[in-house]
Design a protein around this ligand. Structure first.
Ligand code: ZN
Length: 606
């Protein structure tokens, strides 16, 4: 089945390098975790146009223009939505099926598909809670034993939301059925399997330590499980089956936790597995992520590039690890990433190395990391007889794809020189000619700049309301906390309220609800508000869960303070009008209680 248009737009947003695309039109300057420029959509002398790569958005605080990479291309190239999608999809190598010009999916079909997605998400959410509760309550002692022997701290268990699958055939299926989940849905969600022979439904994850997999927005999309028993018949590691929400080659383990550290440091550390990533974090390498039981893909390379341009590959030191790094390097070069190889001793994996040598030793290895091209060159050279012409030709042939993948001319020139140092004699010109033949089309042309648009950015938002809305936009977990804890009457900002309520009462994550409203042509509120919030560098969210809980508590307090003030005022008015000693006393006591219970400082913060 071809991907739906929503899947395609989602993939574009995940994979497109918004910085690279905007840079074709406007020169960008790095400013913290975002990039700045003078806005291409209105006349200005000081830059108020921002690109925030880790959120995949742009926003201009001058004219209010903002949105995703698709919105940017629509505006700057003056394209319709579907044409902008097609252009970007083509560039990223994503196939867009022809929809015959008519509606892309009928409303009924779309409703059907949306409902499926929501149900799968709900089953995943339930599974996550169930697995976690199992570990917390020691319902599979082997899991807790593994956590102890592998030195996984309680903080790591919490941060990575580890869980346990029980030792039995269908404990999960039973628990899920009791909550009303159908067998079909559990199979669709990749959580259960139907036995071919007996037709019974059983758990996919049995007797395993569970590593939930989250997307970059914090939604749980799948699970990985490490075997706890020593049954050699079952694989040591097992991943969720691919579902509509979970595609192995498009997700990266721990990116939800590591994203910010990666942006701050300017690099990511890529490992091969859950445990390596966990241990790296445990020893302070919070930029560690992992590909998920697959070779590293170009989709994943583009996803990483939204956070940083440099990647250190930290794989096992043995020859299998080296081969895997060679495979991972090419999509990285093609994506324009600066890939570096961290070389570990042959007998080590990152986990064993860290335990024996400690984090400082690994830090030193990272500092000495080898540029990917040189690593590949040495590996190829070691296999070939470079004294023979055949061997020399083979080296050039093997290195050609890597050379072509290097986009930067200076870097490529330098790489060619390094390659020639191994073989000498061969004229550089011959290499260039060969590369020229293989070279693909040049970068797309830059378009002209459209006229400025109207409408200013608006004034400051209510400080609490804006934090809540940003948290709801950024984190699925925060969104769920708000849904459980927010009361409408606590809101203060009429510009933000429609969006907050739309997300509060909707089902599914923020991105989905916004796209749904857009597709239905609903005008909920000014959409520029959303990108303005997301691009605001002063609005620091930190730990979304913690912040959300804090802000909800403050909103609640603010609300009841206002109610109390109103009550006291009413009492005052009544006792002024009907001088009565009892009333007066009640009023004074209320006032006193109000003043002593609520410290002045906290009133001022609000
Ligand atoms: Zn502007």
């Amino acid at each position: 089945m071809p991907d739906s248009i929503r899947d395609i737009t989602r993939r574009i947003k995940e994979q497109a390098d918004i910085v690279g695309i905007v840079e074709r039109y406007v020169p960008l300057k790095k400013a913290g975790t975002s990039f700045k420029a003078c806005c291409p959509f209105h006349q200005e002398k000081t830059p108020s146009f921002n690109v925030v790569p880790d959120k995949g958005i742009f926003h201009c605080f001058g004219c209010g223009a903002g949105g995703s990479v698709i919105d940017f291309v629509m505006r700057i190239e003056r394209l319709e939505f579907i044409d902008a999608v097609k252009q970007l999809a083509k560039e990223l190598g994503i196939e867009v099926p022809e929809y015959g010009g008519g509606p892309r999916l009928s409303p009924a079909e779309r409703e059907q598909e949306d409902k499926r997605h929501r149900n799968i998400q709900s089953a995943n959410d339930f599974a996550l809670q169930w697995f976690r509760a199992n570990l917390k309550d020691n319902r599979n002692p082997k899991a807790n034993e593994t956590v102890r022997t592998r030195d996984i701290t309680p903080e790591m268990v919490e941060a990575f939301q580890l869980g346990a699958a029980l030792d039995g055939w269908d404990y999960f299926a039973q628990a899920a059925r009791a909550k009303g989940y159908s067998d079909e849905l559990l199979i669709d969600a990749g959580l259960c399997v139907r036995s071919e022979t007996r037709g019974t439904v059983y758990d996919r994850f049995r007797d395993r330590l569970i590593f939930p997999i989250f997307d970059h927005l914090g939604r749980v999309t799948g699970f990985g499980g490490r075997r706890l028993g020593d049954d050699p018949e079952t694989p040591k590691y097992l991943n969720s089956a691919e579902t509509e929400l979970y595609k192995k080659g498009r997700s990266l383990y721990a990116l939800n936790l590591a994203g910010k550290a990666i942006t701050d440091a300017g690099y990511a550390i890529l490992t091969e597995g859950y445990m390596d990533t966990l241990m790296a974090h445990r020893f302070g390498f919070s930029q560690a992520i992992a590909s998920l039981g697959t070779a590293f893909t170009s989709d994943q390379a583009r996803l990483v590039k939204r956070f940083a341009r440099r990647v250190f590959l930290l794989y096992d030191g043995d020859s299998a690890g080296q081969k895997a790094m060679l495979r991972a390097g090419q999509p990285m070069l093609e994506a324009g990433l600066d890939a570096r190889i961290v070389v570990l001793p042959g007998e080590d994996d990152p986990d064993t190395y860290l335990r024996r040598e400690g984090p400082e030793a690994l830090r030193a290895r990272i500092e000495e990391a080898v540029e990917f091209f040189d690593f590949a060159l040495n590996a190829a050279a070691a296999q070939l007889d470079l004294a023979s012409l055949d061997g020399q030709g083979a080296l050039v042939e093997q290195m050609a794809p890597y050379l072509l993948a290097i986009r930067n001319e200076v870097a490529r020139e330098s790489a060619i020189t390094r390659m020639l140092a191994h073989i000498g004699g061969l004229p550089k010109q011959a290499i260039y000619q060969m590369l020229e033949r293989l070279k693909r089309r040049a970068a797309p042309r830059a378009g002209d700049q459209p006229a400025p648009t109207g409408a200013g950015p608006g004034q400051r938002f209510d400080p609490l309301d804006q934090v809540i809305l940003r948290a709801m936009l950024e984190s699925y977990e925060a969104l769920q906390i708000v849904r459980r804890g927010l009361s409408e009457s606590w809101l203060r900002d009429p510009r933000l309220e429609p969006w907050i309520l739309h997300l509060h009462y909707g089902e599914g994550d923020a991105e989905y609800l916004i796209e749904e409203a857009r597709a239905a042509g609903d005008t909920i509120g000014d959409e520029r508000i959303l990108t303005a919030l997301l691009a605001d560098p002063l609005l620091r969210l930190g730990d979304a869960k913690h912040t959300t809980e804090q802000v909800l508590a403050r909103m609640k307090k603010r609300h009841f303070q206002a109610v109390a003030r109103q009550l006291i005022r009413s009492l005052q008015e009544i006792s002024d009008e009907f001088p009565d000693r009892t009333l007066r006393t009640i009023q004074e006591e209320c006032l006193l209680a109000f003043r002593t219970q609520i410290p002045k400082a906290s009133v001022e913060i609000l």
